[in-house]
Design a protein around this ligand. Structure first.
Ligand SMILES: *[C@@H]1O[C@H](CO)[C@@H](O)[C@H](O)[C@H]1NC(C)=O
Ligand SMILES: *[C@@H]1O[C@H](CO)[C@@H](O)[C@H](O)[C@H]1NC(C)=O
Ligand SMILES: *[C@@H]1O[C@H](CO)[C@@H](O)[C@H](O)[C@H]1NC(C)=O
Ligand SMILES: *[C@@H]1O[C@H](CO)[C@@H](O)[C@H](O)[C@H]1NC(C)=O
Ligand SMILES: *[C@@H]1O[C@H](CO)[C@@H](O)[C@H](O)[C@H]1NC(C)=O
Ligand SMILES: *[C@@H]1O[C@H](CO)[C@@H](O)[C@H](O)[C@H]1NC(C)=O
Length: 613
């Protein structure tokens, strides 16, 4: 921009005092007496010496023989096992005509028939459990200081409480691969990309055979908790109540849990993580989407009893060694519709009551999803209403009964009228308080506003694509700034809103404790980078450092009882149709299946060590 000088004497006269006062301070300022860049006489200018800028430090491994605690008496484990259960095995690529047996090999083959003959289920070259090799010390050198620190400014002197839980998470369908091996039948996720160009889950991280190595790598880095999920269809290929148990599935997870304990890693086990048996939608169900989310068959009338039967089998085999059970992962995203949600509430509660009545001494919860909805304009009541409605759907459907003993939010029941029914007083009394902590996966935040035409009109119109939640979710604020630093997927780096989210949960649902059961950040285009650059994943480190700092602030400044933080994910994995959304704290080479620690994994663990743990 150019300024035009006016030649008018009148204007110059009018401006003279203003200009004089504006210029006066700088004219009056004196130059500094001594330039500060001069070194003292005798300083060795002309002979610069380099010094060591980094030191080689190694990760601190876990101690491998910690005391073993028993979380369920063996008599209870016997009593919890349903009677008359038959245990057997099945094989893939096996001809059979035992059609008279509803759970025979022929019926097992039929579960896979939609894949055949057009779909080849690829496998990796390894087909037996690999014994772990010790992690070489050269892989355990801490990354150099990044030069950035969020916590130095914000929480330098704050410590995590003693016993604070930290670890890394995964889920069966996203890491295991080997989907047709050792008796497993399809889950809804195996069908999710059957006819699409997206990458299938056939190999994933091939953890089904490499789990020992994966657990050894957690221990070598000093990660005390490992959160993983069990594949329902490996345990019960025919899913439902009374169906036979797969011995190979039982043995597999038995060894996963024992390997954890052997290495001093505490298992945190999710019973079902998005991979419900295909059985529940086999007769005409559409796995793609119902109106709430992915249809996992939760609305099937057999679902609740089947889930409780499955949970009994798990507790009968593993109840003694698992300190933390998650019944259901992010129910909202797996429910399909409101009927599925009602079934999830009931199924979770039956399993919770069963566990406690059998003397289970561990903790039980389900995990809530996902983003925090903040009003686009926090001063505008209609944006506040929209944000509350957003939370009603994501959190309230399960959280109202669980924490408040209250019915599903009115914003849900008055919209999904054809499926809603009031929960009875007896149900509400039974549901209240049936979770030991509030489990939340708070990856990110989003701005929420009303749909064009308003919520009310949308709520009456099931053909509106925003129905039934009828809220608009935005990543750009009304002053045109993105909500946080962008990633390769939906999460933005939003530490500013994280603390507000924890306070929202604390104030709204008043749980005794909150655990952050998943959080993570897929760095933009990481999959395209060379290995050394994938390893040096500074944005992910900053994400974890910022969020963990806010957890410390929640604990110390707000007195919110946060008891744990589990990062997603233990390693790069199959993110529902792609391998390119790298959420992992380890790289997985999709050809060699070799694992490499990223700097974020070291920084994540180190954060806890430098804050009192
Ligand atoms: C199954 O039977 C068919 C037809 O008899 C045969 O071609 C095929 O090789 C058999 N497969 C196996 C795995 O035995
Ligand atoms: C396999 O593909 C053929 C040709 O596209 C199709 O006619 C057939 O129905 C497919 N079979 C299955 C089991 O999907
Ligand atoms: C519901 O689940 C049962 C198995 O428990 C299955 O036999 C039935 O076909 C499923 N219903 C539908 C509509 O898929
Ligand atoms: C408040 O937000 C709504 C959308 O949620 C918008 O239509 C309305 O104009 C806003 N009101 C004010 C005063 O900004
Ligand atoms: C309830 O209504 C919604 C919206 O029209 C529809 O998608 C859903 O299938 C209905 N549920 C039942 C059980 O009919
Ligand atoms: C995976 O490993 C192979 C063999 O070492 C190598 O050629 C390839 O570049 C690696 N892939 C990536 C993405 O690093």
């Amino acid at each position: 921009m150019q300024f035009k000088l006016s030649t008018s004497a009148a204007i110059a006269a009018a401006w003279a005092p203003v200009l004089a006062s504006a210029l006066a301070p700088s004219l009056a300022a004196k130059p500094p007496a001594e330039p500060i860049y001069r070194r003292e006489e005798g300083n060795n200018q002309g002979s610069y010496t380099f010094s060591q800028m980094t030191t080689v430090r190694y990760a601190t491994p876990l101690s491998s023989s910690p005391p073993v605690t028993t979380y369920m008496p063996s008599a209870s484990m016997k009593a919890i096992m349903p009677s008359g259960v038959h245990t057997t095995t099945w094989a893939k690529n096996s001809n059979a005509s035992d059609w008279k047996n509803p759970y025979g090999q022929a019926e097992w083959n039929r579960r896979w028939a939609p894949f055949m003959p057009n779909v080849t289920i690829s496998t990796a070259s390894i087909s037996t459990t690999v014994q772990p090799t010790p992690v070489p010390s050269t892989s355990l050198i801490l990354p150099p200081d990044s030069g950035f620190s969020y916590s130095n400014e914000n929480a330098k002197n704050l410590d995590f409480p003693k016993g604070f839980i930290f670890g890394a998470a995964s889920s069966a369908n996203q890491i295991e691969g080997a989907i047709q091996d050792e008796g497993r039948t399809p889950s809804v996720l195996d069908y999710f990309n059957l006819d699409s160009a997206n990458a299938p889950d056939y190999i994933a991280s091939w953890n089904y055979y490499l789990y020992k190595e994966d657990i050894a790598r957690l221990a070598a880095l000093g990660v005390p908790y490992y959160s993983f999920s069990i594949s329902w269809t490996r345990i019960l290929p025919f899913a439902g109540t009374g169906t036979p148990v797969n011995q190979e599935g039982i043995d597999h997870y038995n060894d996963v849990i024992n390997t954890c304990l052997e290495y001093g890693v505490k298992p945190m086990v999710t019973m079902v993580h998005a991979d419900e048996p295909y059985e529940f939608v086999m007769d005409g169900g559409n796995v793609q989407r119902a109106y709430l989310s992915l249809n996992s068959g939760a609305a099937n009338v057999t679902f609740v009893d089947s889930f409780v039967y499955y949970a009994r089998i798990l507790l009968a085999h593993y109840g003694d060694r698992v300190p933390i059970w998650i019944t259901i992962n992010e129910p909202y995203y797996e429910s399909g519709n409101l009927l599925g949600m009602y079934n999830f509430i009931e199924a979770h509660n039956q399993v919770y009551d069963l566990y406690k009545s059998m003397g289970g001494r561990g903790m039980v919860s389900y995990k809530n999803a996902d983003n925090f909805g903040v009003p686009l304009d926090p001063k505008n009541q209609s944006d506040i209403d929209a944000a509350n409605r957003y939370q009603d759907y994501l959190l309230g459907i399960m959280s109202n009964p669980t924490w408040l003993g209250k019915d599903v939010p009115e914003s849900v029941t008055s919209t999904c009228t054809n499926e809603s029914h009031p929960l009875t007083a007896a149900q509400l009394a039974r549901y209240k308080g049936k979770s030991d902590f509030y489990a939340i996966d708070p990856y990110t935040a989003a701005f929420i506003t009303q749909p064009p035409g308003g919520i009310e009109a949308c709520a009456k119109d099931p053909s509106n694509p925003l129905w039934p939640s009828c809220t608009v979710s935005l990543s750009i604020s009304d002053n045109n700034w993105e909500i946080g630093f962008y990633s390769n997927d939906y999460p933005y780096m939003t530490p500013t809103y994280f603390r507000a989210f924890m306070n929202y949960i604390w104030d709204t649902y008043r749980p005794p404790a909150i655990m952050v059961t998943e959080f993570g950040f897929p760095v933009w285009m990481e999959a395209e980078a060379p290995l050394a650059s994938q390893q040096n994943d500074l944005p992910r480190s900053l994400y974890y450092e910022a969020y963990l700092t806010e957890i410390l602030n929640c604990i110390h400044e707000d007195s919110v009882n946060i008891i744990g933080a589990v990062g997603w994910s233990m390693l790069d994995n199959w993110e529902f149709g792609t391998y390119d959304q790298h959420f992992g704290m380890q790289v997985v080479n999709q050809t060699t299946l070799e694992r490499t620690y990223k700097r974020s994994f070291f920084d994540f663990v180190n954060f806890f060590h430098s804050h009192g743990l």
